[in-house]
Ligand binder design. Structure first.
Ligand code: GGG
Length: 363
């Protein structure tokens, strides 16, 4: 008699962090554990929670311990909530936790799918019946978020302060994210990559990006391409969403465009994301696109769909595509049934949404 398969146990570091982060991470853990319980022992999750974030900062002066990256390095994945709280300057909390993790673990590809959710009214869907199904690919390691620059330059007195914020574009960094976008486009029904810059005004880094896009594109003759300025692309998101499939842009531009995209889909609360280290030398991190939303924190009304969609991306990363599809189908069935939080026009609480998702998974 052959021995039963040993279950695959995925070790996950949960970092709920701030505001609504703990509520949506708890939602994700509940749903992922339910999927594991239904897998007949095929896989399991072993969770460790790290209580880092602005509360930790208030006690220690740090967003995470000095050796926090060492603590995370051996996990199979990181499941993140949201960072930011009014008592801590936003740049301190962001750089002290989320960006510290992304940059040190070389999570250079931030994948942000944007799509309609059944039952959710969106500004675009109200206008016509266009389907929306894009992926925004964000360069996640350099660009405008390279952390380069300075203030209080020598020789300038009060009232004359100058600040420099330098964007870094490397040939390696740009080329790898462009190839990532092309490879992703090849897996989709519409094989097209739209590259976004502002190279008419930013004449060094973004011109390098454009040149690399033109150099890489011939390696993917089966994929359609366009190069669009970011201002024009913002208009295109609204006016011609049907023209888009994979949109690749620098750190800042893609951050802005993906927020616009998720608002067009109905709410920032719906948007999922994966911060990937494609080489798998370091753990990748999965998190909703939304921030900590202090105005609704602790009220039980945070939309968990973005965090649950991020859990689906994590299942893809673990090579469990059928489980990821099952979870996405349960999310769609939940929104289609009108179980919606207030940000998408409903009156359901976070737990109601989780309950409905669990019911659909069980059904
Ligand atoms: N869950 C994502 C999150 O907490 N975002 C907060 C934020 O301000 N992020 C800026 C960024 O994505 O670079």
């Amino acid at each position: 008699m052959s021995a039963p398969h040993a279950p695959r146990t995925f070790r996950i570091a949960a970092i709920p962090a701030d505001g609504v982060g703990p509520e949506v991470v708890a939602a994700g853990r509940t749903v992922l554990d339910a999927l594991a319980a239904r897998s007949g022992g095929a896989f399991a999750f072993d969770w460790t929670e790290f209580p880092w974030g602005c509360g930790y900062y208030e006690k220690t002066g740090l967003m995470m311990p000095e050796d926090g990256l060492d603590e995370l390095a051996d996990y199979d994945a990181l499941y993140f909530g949201a960072v930011g709280w009014p008592s801590v300057p936003d740049h301190v909390s962001l750089w002290g936790l989320r960006l510290r993790i992304c940059q040190n673990f070389d999570q250079w590809a931030n994948v942000r799918p944007v799509r309609f959710h059944p039952g959710v009214v969106s500004p675009l869907r109200a206008a016509d019946s266009t389907e929306l199904d894009w992926v925004v690919v964000r360069e996640n390691s350099e660009g405008e978020y390279a952390g380069l620059g300075g203030r209080n330059l020598a020789g300038r007195g009060p009232g004359n302060e100058v600040a420099l914020q330098t964007a870094l574009f490397t040939e390696r960094g740009c080329e790898r994210i462009l190839r990532f976008a092309f490879d992703l486009a090849r897996t989709r029904s519409e094989q097209k990559v739209s590259s976004v810059t502002k190279s008419n005004a930013q004449q060094y880094g973004m011109v390098l990006w454009d040149e690399l896009f033109a150099r890489v594109a011939p390696d993917y003759p089966d994929v359609a391409t366009e190069s669009v300025l970011v201002d024009a692309m913002s208009a295109k998101f609204v006016l011609h969403p049907e023209d888009l499939s994979v949109v690749v842009a620098s750190n800042l531009n893609a951050d802005i465009l993906s927020d616009l995209g998720s608002a067009l889909a109905g709410s920032l609360g719906l948007a999922a994301s994966a911060n990937l280290n494609p080489e798998r030398r370091f753990p990748s991190m999965f998190e909703p696109v939304h921030g900590s939303a202090p105005d609704i924190a602790g009220r039980g009304v945070a939309n968990p769909i973005g965090a649950l969609g991020s859990a689906a991306l994590m299942l893809d990363h673990f090579d469990l595509p059928a489980e990821a599809a099952r979870l996405r189908a349960a999310l769609d069935a939940t929104t289609a049934a009108g179980v919606l939080t207030p940000d998408v026009g409903g009156s359901a609480g976070t737990d109601d949404v989780v309950g409905a998702v669990l019911d659909h998974l069980a059904g």
